[in-house]
Design a protein around this ligand. Structure first.
Ligand code: FAD
Length: 655
């Protein structure tokens, strides 16, 4: 407590560098390096497990900073936010506090692939995360930079196998001892920033890269396999200089749905939410991109960038002559800035302005901060155990962008799981894994450690083979009980609430199952809906709830004595009833898939025109490799189990 108070006093007086040196030579159960989205969740999770934890980061004021887009969630990513929340993480609650425009993406499809998403007030998000961390029991936060890791031999009989014993901080900050260190250095490891023909060292605009000693330690001393990736961000625009009358207005949902299971409402009232605006690129934009090619070093680098968040340069070169969407997103409730999603660019600033002004709504636009690119080291994640500890370096954990992922949500999910395990191991408890069948976090980690990455990895619902079971609405039922009973990272109150909800849903489903009537009787009871079964077939209330035009409320009005106690679960019950048969079918398909390993794949398949749901990335991999059997396709890096199921369905239909 004394240590934390000391550091918080320094926080208030803005003297963190001194705090770092005051903390020198202390010992912690767990040390987390980096205060981005992975680091904040890691530190909070380790502390929740009961481990005395230290978070050291370059600048306290950037803890919880959204380096790129001012938004959270989306399809696949929203599921991760819900799961982080179900395990008592910070991100969902921070999103509810700082969200200024909430919407559920994919609403026209089934709830399994709905994507909870929100525009975020950057300042408010940072403040929330910082105040949570600085008030957290067992967590000390200091400002400083880790220069090197302290190592010793893990086993005298096995030369080359190391264990971490602590770290050395930069600028004479001294040594701090710990047997569990989580590195979450994001885009900062050997980071270089690109704008036009200028390249400078940096992890993010205004922030230096990670100390060179840390990169040297990972590459040379520990001999880890390290690769290089890149990403970029758009210019930030002055709101008053945008002509919104030339854009399409996009309103948020009238009833914002919170990310967190503990929140009934979002902080922002429905009527206070801000809109987004949509506009498009013009042929003039293509022209500027082409003219800028010889003064744009970033695009000539042969490192891979994020496939699903490409720069405007990549989009124009890949799809010449096509109009591209540009979303104009608010940066905060009172911010005078606009974020033009879709216009990430790295050309010189004067050309950035020229390009923007080729878009009618931006004809008079001014730039507050130019767009830029960043290139950074990542550590190949196949060197990790599923609990995110290095296989060859005892006590060293990695999480976030350093593992080759992109995105705040992917970083937070890994951070939480690394924090949980670092905490457990420090407390002499066995590490734990999450399976693909229980969570998107499990899918993410399994993909990373099992297949590795060749380009920045982001989450999609298509990566999960059990996605009808891994829905955003049921993350609490899937993870909160395990998080409390086995993992030890969930509070008693949250656990109690999850148990109450689970019990209520179970009782309600049994009650529905117990009501059995003939189709004729159901029509009489409910009045308006159509049941196709013959008159004498007995149908349960649970089956009737699967019909599109039947709500739980309607059933409860017909059977108030039995069903009205469960009205608070109305929406969840509808989803559960509809999805239960699908989940069962999916499980059977997976079982069948295991048996079909040796099924031959026809060599004349045109993977690009295959009428099944496969991502472009998967189609390219299959086309390049032309696997001869389904088993061979399964083992290709980048092929998801979900893609295998689609392939299996197609081939068996064709045979
Ligand atoms: P970060 O958020 O990068 O945090 C790393 C933290 O570690 C920082 O606080 C840093 O100060 C600290 N740190 C680093 N080294 C040390 C050290 N040695 N000692 C102490 N502290 C240290 N994501 C997308 O999804 N789409 C995009 O298009 C996109 N574009 C981006 C463009 C740019 C220019 C940048 C910078 C990022 C972009 N991102 C994008 C990535 C997004 O910011 C990350 O995915 C996310 O922030 C990763 O979280 P993290 O916790 O792994 O790392």
């Amino acid at each position: 407590l004394a240590r934390r108070l000391l550091v918080r006093q320094h926080f208030l007086s803005d003297c963190f560098v001194r705090a770092a040196s005051n903390a020198a030579r202390l010992k912690y159960d767990v040390v987390v390096v980096g205060g981005g989205h992975a680091g904040t969740e890691a530190a909070a999770a380790a502390a929740r497990t009961g481990a005395e934890t230290l978070l050291i980061t370059q600048k306290i004021q950037t803890i919880g900073a959204l380096s790129c887009n001012p938004s959270l969630g989306g399809v696949g990513k929203g599921q991760l936010v819900r799961e982080v929340d179900a395990l008592d993480g910070l991100m969902g609650r921070a999103g509810d506090r700082a969200g200024i425009h909430f919407s559920i993406l994919n609403r026209s499809k089934g709830p399994a692939v709905w994507g909870p998403r929100a525009q975020i007030d950057r300042g408010c998000y940072r403040e929330f995360i910082q105040s949570e961390l600085l008030n957290m029991p067992r967590l000390t936060v200091i400002e400083g930079s880790v220069e090197d890791l302290l190592l010793s031999a893990a086993d005298p009989e096995q030369p080359g196998k190391h264990k971490v014993t602590g770290f050395l901080s930069a600028n004479g900050g001294g040594e701090i001892l710990s047997g569990s260190i989580i590195l979450t250095t994001g885009t900062f490891l050997s980071g270089s920033l690109f704008m036009g023909q200028t390249t400078s060292p940096g992890g993010r605009m205004g922030d230096p890269p990670s100390c060179a000693g840390l990169s040297h330690c990972l590459r040379e001393v520990l001999g880890l396999k390290v690769g290089r990736l890149r990403t970029g961000t758009p210019p930030r625009l002055v709101k008053d200089t945008v002509d919104f009358s030339l854009t399409e207005l996009h309103l948020p949902d009238s009833k914002p749905v919170p990310f967190s299971f503990v929140n009934k409402h979002t902080q922002c009232k429905p009527e206070e939410q801000l809109p987004c605006h949509l506009t498009y690129t013009t042929p003039g934009v293509d022209k500027v991109v082409r003219e800028s090619l010889n003064v744009n070093s970033h695009i000539h680098q042969d490192t891979r960038g994020p496939r699903y968040c490409p720069s405007i340069e990549s989009r124009v070169l890949r799809f010449p002559g096509r109009q591209h969407q540009v979303w104009l997103e608010p940066e905060g409730l009172t911010s005078d800035l606009v974020y033009p999603q879709g216009l990430s660019m790295t050309m010189p600033p004067e050309l950035q302005l020229r390009l923007l002004r080729e878009i009618p709504a931006l004809r008079r636009v001014e730039i507050r901060m130019a767009g830029y690119g960043v290139q950074y080291d990542f550590v190949c994640p196949t060197q990790l155990f599923p609990w995110l500890q290095m296989k060859n370096v005892q006590g060293l954990f990695l999480a976030g962008q350093i593992n080759g992922t992109t995105g705040y949500e992917e970083a937070a999910a890994q951070g939480l799981w690394a924090g949980v395990n670092a905490g457990r191991i420090a407390l002499s408890l066995p590490p734990m894994s999450l399976s693909r069948t229980e969570s998107y976090i499990g899918v993410l980690i399994d993909d990373l450690v099992g297949r590795g990455v060749t380009e920045p990895y982001r989450m999609f619902t298509s990566r999960a083979e059990f996605r009808t079971a891994l829905r955003p609405d049921n993350a609490d039922l899937r993870l909160t009980p395990r998080g409390f009973e086995e993992v030890g990272c969930v509070s008693w109150q949250r656990y109690q609430e999850a148990v109450r909800v689970s019990r209520g849903l179970g009782e309600a489903l049994s009650a529905l199952q117990s009501i059995t009537l003939s189709s004729f009787q159901w029509r009489e009871k409910l009045g308006h809906f159509s049941i196709s079964e013959t008159k004498s077939t007995l149908i349960s209330g649970k089956e009737v709830l699967q019909y599109k035009d039947v709500s739980f409320d309607l059933l409860a009005s017909a059977f108030p004595d039995i069903l009205s106690p469960y009205l608070e679960f109305s929406e969840r019950l509808k989803i559960e009833a509809v999805y239960q048969p699908h989940c069962e079918k999916q499980r059977q398909e997976m079982e069948r898939m295991r048996k079909e390993e040796s099924l031959a794949l026809p060599q004349d398949i045109d993977y690009f025109s295959l009428p099944v749901s496969l991502s472009d990335e998967v189609r390219e991999i299959l086309d390049r490799a032309r696997p001869s059997t389904l088993g061979a396709a399964t083992r290709l890096p980048g092929i998801t189990p979900a893609a295998i199921i689609h392939l299996l369905r197609f081939v068996t239909k064709r045979l």
